[in-house]
Design a protein around this ligand. Sequence first.
Ligand code: HSE
Length: 306
Amino acid sequence: MEKVQVFAPASVANVGPGYDTFGFAIERLGDIITLTKRNDSKLNILKSEGADLPTNPEKNVATVAIKALLDSLESEQGFDVHIKKLFKPGSGLGSSASSASGAVYAANKLLGEPYRDEELLEFALEGEALASGMIHADNVAPSLLGGFQAVRSYEPLELFRIPTPEDLRVLIIFPDVEVKTSEAKGLVPKELSVKDAREQWGNVGALIHAMHAEDYKLMRHAITDRIAEPVRKKLIPHYGQVKQYALDHGAVGFNISGSGPSMFALFRSADAAKACMTEVEKIYQKADLRVLLNLSRINPNGCQVI
Ligand code: HSE
């Protein structure tokens, strides 16, 4: 195989209480990465579509991730890399994770699949670290492997997958302002009181149980956050109003997606979400702010050849 094209889904990280721990993949939004083998060892970034991405291979998350993979194989293979973004970087939907995951997934295919998908995680994380200034796996894991992923441990890195109800739908609400993950990370407190921590881990446990048991009442109670939401919500226009509306009109969970400004709302069906979409559009229309809405399932698939 000389050329491959891959879809790498966007993802919602944190999911309320699971700061740097929980993340799920969504449908439709993501990156389309096209990799072509070269006859030399160069990593060449072609002009990207949908965003202006760095063309220096040391500054682009996709090529940094591919380089980590090549180094571990002691391979000198070069690639032309084309990235098409179906959503904006800085929107809180794991843009750098989609690029890094899609790039290593595609490179692994062209190299004859020396690694299993789970083993590609560490290479994708090197790309992700370039963008956010530190390693966090809660976007890379779902983008690469699909579904709802939980990081049980960072040292050593260990993940598990949480089943989700078939009917559950995710509404992404993206008001068109940019929040950089590296800056949003800086707002998060370095320490947590035991009082806050016990609420947080209670909700982490509750959310896992709610997903297994399809207990929507528990899900709604469990999707809260004492770590990131309190300090980040001020970066998101009309956060409180939109959250209140969604929760009053059928949402079974609402919070910031990753570092924002996107928000996610969970619903028991697509119909339940649709009524909320119209009202959310109105809120942002009144404020003269563009908003993008995406309604989908939790994507059971991670990166896939298309
Ligand atoms: N867990 C990360 C954070 C996700 O909240 O900073 C960034 O998309």
